[in-house]
Design a protein around this ligand. Structure first.
Ligand SMILES: *[C@@H]1O[C@H](CO)[C@@H](O)[C@H](O)[C@H]1NC(C)=O
Ligand SMILES: *[C@@H]1O[C@H](CO)[C@@H](O)[C@H](O)[C@H]1NC(C)=O
Ligand SMILES: *[C@@H]1O[C@H](CO)[C@@H](O)[C@H](O)[C@H]1NC(C)=O
Ligand SMILES: *[C@@H]1O[C@H](CO)[C@@H](O)[C@H](O)[C@H]1NC(C)=O
Ligand SMILES: *[C@@H]1O[C@H](CO)[C@@H](O)[C@H](O)[C@H]1NC(C)=O
Ligand SMILES: *[C@@H]1O[C@H](CO)[C@@H](O)[C@H](O)[C@H]1NC(C)=O
Ligand SMILES: *[C@@H]1O[C@H](CO)[C@@H](O)[C@H](O)[C@H]1NC(C)=O
Ligand SMILES: *[C@@H]1O[C@H](CO)[C@@H](O)[C@H](O)[C@H]1NC(C)=O
Ligand SMILES: *[C@@H]1O[C@H](CO)[C@@H](O)[C@H](O)[C@H]1NC(C)=O
Length: 481
């Protein structure tokens, strides 16, 4: 529940019990809390690997401004909470856990200190087939996240469905992404999902060129080395945690990198279970350092620190701009499902979340202007709204655009003069055209591949991919069904 609606509930409750003769509450609890504990919420430091949390808002009302109506909506959503991949993730966790187990007598009291919980903790991947899949258990389950986003969006945007048309849902061709699209669709369409939604699967292959939700940029010279380097990055605070665990448990010989893997593993545990005892094994300061490791990765490898990646994001910002200019006659709902690293380039191409200076590699900037937990946690999403608005004292009647990231409105720096800090469509269009280098010019995609995005206009209304047909393959990732 958002803080706004909690507040509304609280006010309604207070007024029902203690409304004074002026009609508003005069006694009782503080109207507004004076503590602000969200800064300590671990979900803001579990990086892109932990469960969804709403973005820290600027206070701008998420609801459509008075006098406006959303007439087109574009959702670009990451898959929901999931199990780790095996390669590069789960394999490392299994190695560290085995290394740890080898140092202790295997009885019920061997682990000491901050790791005492290990005496009865078990690794949560009990079936290796589940590596890479969307999670289905616990309070933060990915399938539940996708479904409930669908029900929430039905309430917000249900007026855009004419209750007749078959509506496409676009998913990149990756098992967990497709499942997210399907569960979102079931949440949104309810009893009408099987006949009124049409899941369109867009292959992740580079041969799709620009006709993709996940475009590749062959010209990006450092993409692979940037990612590889990031996976072995540590921070001094992680070495402090390693030394603490080692001194509490003689024989244990953890490194800072081992600790980084354990913190990743802890973040993923919440995707499967409601509680991870690892959360408290590390200090808050260690979690802050851990979170920043991932901020650096996204910023430099797939975010505003890379011109090539901003150009990748331009494919989506351009196609959606063209649709906004054409208006609802070319479709009023565009539901698209992808991965984290396909959303951060788009956010950068919109000119949002661009730090004033490149992120420092060896110190953490406070405040940190690029927090991936606020952009692409599991289930993270960017929602663009085209609104038709009546005139106000502040703005003329017309068409306006807003960006919402993880349910918080994020105004464009250079254009926020519309209702609800929105941007007039004409200004938005020129901002989008100017903000990012062009994909076709920057990325050197083969001329034999599609040069522009076409599927938003030419989609299938077949429902053949709406449901998983049979068991999901062992650790299935890329797939087109
Ligand atoms: C805009 O104004 C017209 C005329 O007053 C009114 O009928 C309409 O409901 C208004 N639109 C919104 C979204 O408030
Ligand atoms: C510890 O003992 C349990 C039960 O006997 C066994 O299943 C497990 O594999 C053992 N772990 C290690 C690391 O030896
Ligand atoms: C949507 O589902 C309801 C409930 O089954 C049904 O009455 C209605 O006709 C369906 N609408 C469409 C367009 O299929
Ligand atoms: C639509 O279906 C046709 C025939 O099955 C296929 O060739 C095409 O790739 C599909 N397009 C999309 C966007 O799914
Ligand atoms: C662009 O790609 C072609 C091959 O498709 C290659 O020969 C050329 O060097 C590339 N140019 C740049 C700038 O990456
Ligand atoms: C701990 O591991 C390091 C390498 O990571 C090694 O150099 C050192 O000898 C090990 N110490 C013990 C006590 O095993
Ligand atoms: C941080 O490191 C990356 C390479 O990993 C480098 O490209 C970038 O310039 C560095 N940032 C700063 C502020 O030094
Ligand atoms: C918006 O566009 C109008 C017309 O092109 C222009 O006059 C105005 O300066 C622009 N405003 C902003 C904030 O970009
Ligand atoms: C923008 O997208 C449209 C539709 O996909 C395409 O025709 C056009 O070439 C694109 N323009 C740019 C600058 O990318």
């Amino acid at each position: 529940m958002s803080s706004t609606s909690l507040l509304a509930l609280g006010l309604a409750f207070i007024s029902s019990v203690s409304a004074g003769r002026h009609g508003y509450p005069q006694f009782g609890e503080k109207q507004f809390s004076q503590s602000f504990l969200d800064g300590y919420n671990l979900l803001k430091f579990t990086s892109s690997l932990g469960p969804y949390s709403d973005r820290v808002s600027y206070g701008v009302d998420r609801n459509t401004p008075a006098g406006c109506q959303v007439d087109q909506v574009f959702l670009l959503m990451r898959h929901g909470e999931r199990y780790p991949d095996y390669s590069g993730f789960g394999s490392n966790y299994e190695t560290v856990l085995a290394k740890m187990a080898a140092t202790q007598k295997n009885d019920s009291s061997s682990w000491k200190g901050d790791l005492a919980f290990l005496n009865d903790w078990t690794y949560y991947v009990d079936d290796p087939a589940m590596y890479s899949q969307e999670s289905y258990s616990g309070a933060y389950a990915g399938l539940a996240d996708a479904y409930s986003r669908g029900t929430d969006y039905r309430l917000r945007y249900g007026h855009l469905w004419d209750k007749k048309s078959v509506v496409p849902i676009f998913s990149s061709g990756y098992e967990r992404v497709i499942e997210t699209a399907r569960y979102f669709g079931q949440g949104f369409f309810g009893y009408n999902y099987s006949t009124s939604a049409a899941v369109n699967i867009i292959s992740e292959s580079a041969t799709q060129g620009a006709n993709s939700l996940t475009p590749s940029c062959p010209a990006d010279p450092t993409y692979v080395s940037c990612l590889v380097g990031s996976f072995s990055r540590t921070m001094p605070e992680l070495g402090v945690a390693a030394a603490r665990f080692n001194s509490q448990n003689p024989g244990l010989n953890l490194t800072a990198l081992d600790v980084s893997y354990l913190m990743q593993m802890a973040a993923f545990e919440l995707n499967v279970r409601a509680y991870t005892p690892w959360a408290e094994a590390f200090t808050l300061d260690e979690w802050v350092a851990y979170g920043y490791i991932w901020d650096l990765m996204y910023y430099y490898c797939v975010g505003p620190g890379s011109d090539y990646q901003i150009a990748v994001g331009q494919v989506y910002t351009n196609a959606t701009r063209v649709l906004m200019e054409a208006g609802p006659k070319s479709g009023s709902m565009f539901w698209s499902f992808v991965h984290d690293a396909n959303i951060t380039p788009v956010v950068a191409a919109l000119g949002l979340d661009i730090p004033a200076n490149p992120l420092p590699n060896d110190t953490i900037p406070f405040p940190n202007q690029y927090r991936v937990a606020d952009i692409v946690p599991m289930g993270g999403h960017l929602t663009l709204e085209r609104m038709t608005c009546n005139a106000t004292v502040k703005s003329t009647a017309g068409i306006y655009v807003r960006a919402v990231i993880n349910e918080a409105v994020v105004p464009f720096n250079a254009c926020q003069n519309g209702p609800g800090y929105s941007c007039p469509l004409a200004n938005y269009s020129s901002l989008i055209v100017d903000a990012a280098p062009r994909f076709d010019e920057k990325c050197n995609t083969s001329s034999s591949y599609p040069q522009y995005l076409d599927f938003f206009w030419n989609y299938n209304t077949s429902t053949q991919y709406n449901f998983q047909d049979g068991p999901i393959g062992y650790q299935l990732t890329d797939t087109n069904v």
